[in-house]
Design a binder for this molecule. Sequence first.
Ligand SMILES: Cc1cc2nc3c(=O)[nH]c(=O)nc-3n(C[C@H](O)[C@H](O)[C@H](O)COP(=O)(O)OP(=O)(O)OC[C@H]3O[C@@H](n4cnc5c(N)ncnc54)[C@H](O)[C@@H]3O)c2cc1C
Length: 237
Amino acid sequence: MTFGARAADALLEASVVGSFSRIGLAARSRLLPEFTSGTPATLEGRSVVITGATSGIGHATATGLARPDAAWRDYRDRGDRWRDDPEGLAAWQQGRTGYPVVDAAMHQLAQEGFMHNRARMIAASFLTNDLQLDWRAGAAHFMRHPTDADLACNQLNWQWAAGTGTDSNPHRIFNPTRQGRRFDPTGAYVRRHVPELAGLPAAVIHDPDPATRRARGYPAPIVDHRQAIGAYRARRR
Ligand SMILES: Cc1cc2nc3c(=O)[nH]c(=O)nc-3n(C[C@H](O)[C@H](O)[C@H](O)COP(=O)(O)OP(=O)(O)OC[C@H]3O[C@@H](n4cnc5c(N)ncnc54)[C@H](O)[C@@H]3O)c2cc1C
């Protein structure tokens, strides 16, 4: 029996299946076949995905890799404290951050129940790094919306974005303006999802000046990216 197969057996024996109903998931994670074909070198990430899918379930300790709590508890400590800011959270949820690409992403999620992977990464980085709000609040919001909402994939991607995940980079910080210019160079994505900015040319759409914002009823940035990230980095020193 391969290592992966033994690990999968151990997970199942650790009451994985019996506890699925507690969180209202289907009886299978759909990822176990992946897990069983893994090698020890690739298992860590997969096991976390599996255990994310099976959150709320006892302890699958046999592999030493499984983290049944990874869907709600930090996989790694980020060395920082989350802020409590209900207004900031609401602005992010409603696409009123004043960062066009973030707001476009959040509007697309609300309207279509979908977001491109890059947009998800930008929105998640903004919540956890610029606003320093708990990734669990963002993950819960995403789970309420996307048509592809998947507990394991969602929670572990959020941990990745927040710097609390399985890989070793806790400083994954996206500049939302630069990301917008780079991945939406014509501004088409923002124009489609932020109607206030629809008439603006590509050169300014990702960072309209204060007068343009006021004239169009589009909010000023709720945080200054440089200051917010500077403060975050200073706290970690
Ligand atoms: C914060 C965050 C939350 C996410 N939540 C979910 C979720 O709930 N459900 C979900 O299915 N995906 C989730 N993803 C992964 C990814 O965003 C979506 O799978 C992707 O946007 C789906 O669109 P696509 O099929 O056009 O992807 P493409 O970019 O065309 O990729 C093709 C396929 O590769 C896989 N894939 C791509 N990126 C990822 C990734 N980061 N992680 C895992 N698989 C990936 C998906 O199966 C996807 O369909 C999340 C990503 C982030 C950053």
